[in-house]
Write a protein that binds this ligand. Structure first.
Ligand code: C5J
Length: 233
């Protein structure tokens, strides 16, 4: 059994790494680039771009091991019929959901700004989940996709830590998944919110799960790769 050095204590990987998936939450232009939803709400979007290199390394390790990768996008149908009313009512910045901005309509599926950033584009065969809420399980096929593949363990990454990432991790935890939040592969517009989320996740003996640095994760995955521990390698 391989373990990752994590907090509040070591995270046990499944004996067969095929039961492990990487979940990448909402690494979209709407959150990471000027002109999108994040910027319209008055945030410094550059803060989020700092996690891209570490995330690229993690994705590359998963691809090398042929392990499942889930990419999520926060988005809505053009008529916004799938948008929870509270989302439309609240958080009105210079532009709101559905408004036309420099990268197309804000948080609308298929618009240029709604796409995943070019550096982290999914490859064919990877799971892509379009989600209307903050959590990736709400009104999406994610649970089915994970069940079909026998996934039991999730490494969770992406933006923003205290909103869509934390909501998804709590949803997954309640569904029985063993979740680890990768500390340097998640970011918030508010550094204190990120730190609080990491602390909340690992409080009370890991009430929501574990946190670990990507170097600790990569060390174990790379050892797995050399030893050929994955199914079919
Ligand atoms: C937000 C997200 N913050 N992906 N979305 O509205 O966290």
């Amino acid at each position: 059994m391989s373990t990752i050095a994590a907090l509040p204590y070591e995270y046990e990987l499944p004996a067969d790494l095929q039961h492990l998936a990487l979940v990448i939450i909402d690494m979209q232009r709407d959150f990471l680039e000027p002109g999108g939803f994040g910027a319209a709400l008055g945030n410094d979007v550059e803060r989020l771009q700092a996690i891209v290199p570490a995330l690229q390394q993690l994705i590359s390790a998963f691809r090398k091991l042929k392990l499942p990768i889930v990419h999520t996008l926060e988005c809505h149908q053009p008529d916004l019929s799938d948008c929870p009313p509270a989302k439309l009512k609240r958080g009105k910045g210079s532009l709101t959901i559905g408004d036309l901005g420099p990268m197309g309509r804000i948080l609308v599926q298929g618009e240029p700004g709604n796409d995943i950033i070019p550096e982290l584009q999914p490859l064919p065969g990877e799971i892509v989940i379009h989600k209307p809420g903050k959590g990736a399980f709400y009104q999406t096929p994610l649970a089915t996709e994970l069940q079909q593949r026998g996934i039991t363990h999730l490494l969770i990454t992406g933006v923003t830590t205290e909103v869509c990432v934390q909501t998804t991790m709590r949803e997954a935890n309640d569904r029985g998944y063993e979740c680890l939040l990768v500390e340097d592969c998640t970011e918030s517009y508010f550094p204190e919110f990120k730190q609080s989320t990491l602390a909340m996740v690992r409080a009370q003996g890991g009430i929501v799960g574990w946190t670990a640095a990507s170097t600790a994760v990569l060390q174990v995955l790379e050892a797995g790769s050399v030893a050929g521990v994955t199914h079919g390698v």
